[in-house]
Write a protein that binds this ligand. Structure first.
Ligand code: URA
Length: 175
């Protein structure tokens, strides 16, 4: 059982924020290394980004398990609880302050809902430029919500929207 704080560059212009580590991430101590992560790598590559040039983190830093006495079981995942989200928030905010990226891209509903303090459906808010100011931060940071790569694995029709969001990100970074 590992903490999974994040991976990438502290000079990153783009920070991707997911929900929380799963089985593979827990075992490797690195975010997005399972099937979703392989797709995230391809999505980033499509606009010239990589795991080494961005920073990738999650809302929670430990694998939320249905049965925490059994970290070797597959399919033992659950969404993070409000308490876990609150416990990890100061750590995430400090990561955001230190990296101070130009853009935060949230992956899926959980990080969008947490950072934007909304419960609007992800399908309604994805692709819309918002902003986020971390606790103790002195400026707003642009935030772009998009779908989670796991959603694309379940429903490939969503790839079109994520591609549109990545083009929007690329244009913003070039401006
Ligand atoms: N899904 C997430 O939200 N984060 C990870 O690190 C892996 C899968």
């Amino acid at each position: 059982l590992n903490a999974v704080p994040g991976v990438g560059s502290y000079e990153a212009k783009v920070m991707f924020v997911g929900e929380g580590p799963g089985f593979d991430e827990d075992h490797k101590g690195e975010p997005f290394v399972g099937k979703s992560g392989q797709l995230l790598d391809k999505i980033m590559e499509s606009i010239g980004l990589s795991r080494r040039t961005v920073f990738i983190a999650n809302i929670v830093k430990c694998h939320p398990m249905k049965d925490s006495s059994n970290p070797e079981a597959r399919g033992n995942d659950r969404p993070p609880s409000p308490e876990e989200i609150a416990a990890c928030r100061p750590y995430l905010d400090e990561q955001i302050r230190r990296i101070n990226p130009r853009v935060i891209v949230t992956l899926g509903a959980v990080p969008a809902h947490v950072l934007l303090a909304t419960d609007a459906p992800i399908s309604k808010i994805r692709g819309q430029w918002r902003s986020y100011r971390p606790q103790g931060g002195d400026a707003d940071i642009k935030l772009l919500p998009t779908f989670h790569p796991a959603a694309l694995l379940r429903n490939p029709d969503l790839k079109r929207d994520v591609w549109s969001d990545m083009k929007s990100l690329r244009e913003h970074l070039a401006s």
